[in-house]
Design a protein around this ligand. Structure first.
Ligand code: HEC
Length: 264
């Protein structure tokens, strides 16, 4: 029984670690579907249009975009910069030193970002920008405090404001985070003061909130895909293997019955 108990203990520990890693923060689960080719196409388009001017994806080649049924011509016409080659990686023209001078931090390469931060974090991050006059860019982020990335999607999303509610009791603050419908973050100010931060829509953008959330979900789906493109192959092979084993089981069972018929 000992190894079983150790295993159980490990599972419980792993589960609690997962929750406490971002303690006090309630993330939005990303509704990203890896095998949804249309979502990946839209995500690739969104990435090229809105992110690639600052962020590279140096391990992703343009020609891999044919994985989601985008033709070479479409990629050349709509997604590539004129100077890029079809087989080249998604790099940016902006020199790192300029980026640091302009933003205070260099925009990191996003090839494996989804593996570093996780899908839910990315999805929440892109929903968590709010107006902050004190910030250099005019924007702050509930998931990434004092981020130096401006809210590049604000015309689509509209403008959010921060709402702070104070609590004297840690339990109440945590309960408020759990009960919050969207993103929420609890912070401890001192022993008797906790603040729960949430966001509220102040001005609407060109998209309705659900449309913007879907736009971001596609983008996150794409970022998750480029983090590990072969995973889609693995999932497909896995499904094939399971179907194969299922069929084999039917025959194996029939064979077993045939053998044992004489014994019983
Ligand atoms: C105007 C330039 C610019 C554009 C456009 C831009 N970003 Fe950023 N981004 C930055 C900068 C600068 C940082 C570094 C922020 C920091 O470290 O404070 C950053 C950071 C990030 C991070 C956090 C990285 C980390 O783990 O620390 C993510 C994720 C991200 N950007 C995603 C995106 C996505 C997705 C898009 C497209 C919708 C995008 N960015 C468009 C400048 C930009």
């Amino acid at each position: 029984m000992k190894p079983m108990r150790a295993l159980l203990g490990f599972i419980v520990l792993a589960a609690t670690l997962n929750v406490s890693a971002e303690s006090g923060l309630r993330l939005e689960p990303a509704p990203a579907k890896r095998l949804d080719v249309e979502s990946l196409q839209r995500g690739a388009r969104n990435f090229v249009n809105y992110c690639l001017n600052c962020h590279s994806a140096q391990y992703m080649r343009y020609n891999r975009l044919t994985d989601f049924a985008i033709s070479e011509q479409e990629i050349r016409d709509n997604l590539m910069f004129a100077t890029d080659k079809f087989g080249s990686t998604m790099t940016v023209a902006m020199p790192k030193a300029d980026a640091v001078a302009w933003f205070g931090a260099a925009p990191p390469d996003l090839s494996v970002e989804a593996r570093v931060r996780g899908k839910d974090w990315l999805y929440s991050y892109l929903l968590a920008f709010y107006r902050d006059e004190k910030a250099v860019t005019g924007w702050n982020n509930l998931v990434f405090n004092n981020v130096s990335m401006p809210h590049v999607l604000w015309k689509l999303s509209g403008v959010q404001r921060l709402v702070e509610t104070e609590y004297e009791d840690e339990g109440k603050a945590e309960a408020a985070v759990t009960a919050a419908k969207g993103l929420a973050l609890a912070e401890r100010i001192n022993d008797h003061k906790y603040v729960v931060k949430t966001l509220t829509q102040e001005a609407s953008g060109t998209m309705r909130p659900v449309e913007y959330a879907a736009f971001v979900a596609d983008l996150v789906n794409y970022l998750d895909y480029i983090g590990e493109p072969v995973r889609n192959e693995r999932i497909k092979i896995g499904i094939g293997v399971l179907i194969y084993l299922g069929i084999l089981l039917v025959f194996a069972y029939a064979l077993k019955r045939a053998y044992w018929k004489d014994v019983h």
